[in-house]
Design a binder for this molecule. Structure first.
Ligand code: ME8
Length: 649
């Protein structure tokens, strides 16, 4: 089998990792482990994308420099990957000198080849995407992913002749039908390429942005963040963090795994850059959908994120990995809810695999004290042996065609088959009949064999959990390709004579009450209010806490109230706000108060810092807050004792 190189996107360090990042990274980790299990040589690189406007803005919000900020968040990604058992080979940062050197080398090369020119440009830039958006990409004038209006930018910059490679790119996509998968994304790219491809602006003047890799041919400019970032996939091979060059060994087998948000940059910018630099194209681009919370994409900028740390402690990170791989059909979006997670966990892992293991291991421990010797299989076990053979035979190709949820479904169908077999064979009854020890041994071995088989094939998804189960079952052979997969998964490969004690609870049932516990743990870890999880769709007109703080709300006691001649909706109030003298306020609340004097003595909510307004009846020095009850405005009062001038908020 050919070697293979997997990459995740390198993530922006504008905020900490969330489940979207976790999914792509854990997926690459699973692919690495599954490839290795099948005897394939494999390399896996991930990392962080640290330049660009977004990072500068996030760092400025915290009042620190971009490098210090990037150092901190990049480390959080590393820590998170350790915590969720990611076995990457290299972690690249775009601020690494090895990366900077390589980007400058390629820029110079592309410039020397005549593919970079200087020009003036006007465009609409989305800082969230860190790219210019075309008119057709905007929805109601806003970026659909970030729900913000792009900024109009006009400046002189350097451009990459991307359009020059348009036809070569179309030819490559057409000649290689599986190059971009699933097909719908390939079609999306081809349809985008039906229109002329504009050249790509690849610089930013230092007068606007200093945080980036300096252009080697003009020190007044830094490199556009995407031109810089995409090159990580090669720069990390040309010089690994250990200092060696592994480009020739891995590059042409490169398989990029991304979500659809960055399809265009990977399917269009990246191959045209490679063509211009005279480098071979990557082997494969695999594109997955979004994890959604309600109707919104889970994202840092929208704030509706779930953090791995809190999840780990409450639900077990590998249980979550299993859920994510099982639930998302590769290429389609999937909804995330904790209820669904617990439902799937309880049905597949607690009641399914976990129960099969504990029922059989419990009886083995009690009746034999060690795994019994193999017995000739009867007709009753044959369908299970055949199912295992089928699953093992299709495993590699299902992984290769990214049908992860089918892999999980097949294994769970086997577990459920074994469960029915146990119910039919009733080993707990056999255990009471001394004359049927051999039958008992055969049935229990079969149950445990299905667990062993499942744990081997699930080990790329749940590496530590499966390793613990396999150790318990006495299966200690390495899962790194040194023992062929067909050997490991041979039916009835369970070793005899492995001492077996009452099994620990590998997959205890989960109570939905845990959801609240996880939410509390997550809130405790949330570094900033704007990153709190949210379940409601963001409103277009929402304001920040800082916006709200601009409004000075105070309690005001009405000392005088009367009608206003010539204005049938207004009342004239004198309101004590704890100041030198009461303020005069005209309020449109007459309809609800036929006799305004009923308001005297009431304490109302008043906007105290509203600019005074000269009305034809006199000066109005504030605004009374009121709710519209069936067309009549009713003044907001307080449910308890408050003094004039008390702050509201
Ligand atoms: O785009 N569902 O970085 P980024 C599924 N730095 N996957 C998700 C997700 C979601 N809701 N949210 C994020 C960048 N992801 C650039 C990449 S590569 C040269 C430069 C995952 O931090 C998914 O893999 O915005 C997506 O493509 C990636 O995070 C975007 O990460």
């Amino acid at each position: 089998m050919d070697p293979i190189y997997f990459t995740t996107p390198i993530y922006y360090v504008n905020a900490e990792p969330h489940i979207g990042h976790l999914y792509t990274t854990a997926l690459c980790d699973m692919l690495k482990r599954a490839s290795r299990l099948a005897g394939r040589d494999v390399y896996f690189q991930t990392g962080t994308d640290e330049h660009g406007e977004k990072i500068v803005k996030s760092a400025a919000k915290e009042g620190i420099g971009p490098k210090a900020f990037a150092d901190r968040i990049s480390q959080k990604f590393k820590d998170a990957w350790d915590e969720i058992h990611i076995d990457y080979d290299d972690f690249i940062r775009t601020t690494d000198p090895r990366h900077t050197r390589y980007v400058q080398q390629i820029l110079q090369q592309v410039h020397d080849a005549g593919d970079i020119y200087f020009d003036e440009y006007t465009g609409r830039y989305c800082v969230g995407c860190e790219r210019y958006l075309t008119d057709s990409e905007l929805v109601d004038g806003k970026c659909p992913d970030h729900q913000t209006a792009p900024v109009e930018v006009k400046e002189s910059n350097y451009f990459f002749r991307m359009g020059k490679y348009q036809q070569a790119l179309i030819d490559h996509i057409e000649k290689n039908p599986g190059w971009i998968r699933p097909e719908r994304f390939r079609n999306e790219v081809l349809s985008f390429l039906k229109n002329p491809l504009e050249d790509l602006c690849i610089s930013r003047p230092k007068t606007r942005l200093e945080w980036g890799i300096e252009l080697p041919f003009d020190n007044r400019y830094v490199t556009y963040v995407w031109f810089d970032a995409l090159l990580n996939y090669v720069s990390g091979l040309v010089e690994t963090s250990k200092g060696d060059n592994v480009f020739d060994r891995w590059w042409t087998s490169c398989n990029h795994i991304i979500a659809k948000d960055i399809l265009k940059t990977h399917a269009i910018y990246w191959p045209t850059i490679l063509m211009s630099a005279g480098l071979p194209l990557f082997a494969q681009l695999d594109v997955h959908g979004y994890w959604m919370m309600g109707e919104s994409k889970m994202s840092k900028s929208l704030g509706n994120v779930i953090r791995p740390g809190a999840v780990h402690r409450t639900f077990g990170i590998e249980n979550l990995r299993y859920f994510l791989f099982k639930e998302m059909k590769f290429g389609a979006d999937a909804g995330f809810t904790w209820d669904l997670f617990i439902e799937r966990y309880n049905s597949d892992l607690a009641n399914g695999l976990g129960n099969l293991l504990s029922r059989n291991a419990g009886l083995v421990a009690r009746c034999f004290g060690a795994t019994p010797a193999p017995q000739p299989l009867s007709e009753a076990e044959r369908p299970m042996a055949e199912k295992c053979a089928d699953i093992a035979a299709s495993y590699v190709s299902l992984m290769e065609s990214r049908q992860f949820s089918k892999v999980m479904d097949d294994i769970m169908a086997l577990v459920s088959m074994a469960d029915k077999y146990m119910t039919r064979e009733e080993p707990w009854k056999l255990a009471k009949d001394e004359s049927r020890r051999a039958d008992l041994a055969r049935v229990l071995r079969c149950g445990l064999e299905v667990v062993r088989f499942s744990a081997i094939l699930l080990s790329p998804a749940m590496p530590e959990k499966c390793a613990t189960i396999l150790r318990y079952l006495g299966e200690t052979r390495p899962l790194n390709g040194t023992v062929p997969l067909c050997e490991l998964t041979r039916f009835d490969g369970l070793l005899p004579g492995v001492p077996m004690e009452k099994p620990p609870a590998f997959f205890p049932r989960m109570d939905p009450a845990l959801i609240e516990e996880a939410a509390a743990a997550q809130t405790a870890e949330t570094p900033a209010a704007q990153e709190a999880p949210r379940t409601l769709k963001p409103r277009k007109d929402e304001i920040t806490i800082e916006d709200f703080a601009k409004v000075e709300l105070k309690a005001g006691r009405v000392v005088e109230a009367g009608p206003v001649a010539g204005a049938d909706k207004l009342v004239r109030l004198l309101v004590d706000l704890g100041e030198e003298k009461p303020r005069q306020i005209f309020a449109g609340i007459k309809a609800a108060y036929g006799d305004p004097s009923v308001l005297v003595g009431k304490t109302l909510m008043v906007v105290a810092n509203l600019k005074p307004r000269q009305m034809k009846f006199g000066l109005s020095e504030g605004m009374v807050c009121a709710a519209s009850g069936d067309g009549r405005l009713v003044a907001v009062t307080f449910d308890g004792d408050v003094k004039p001038g008390d702050h509201v908020g």
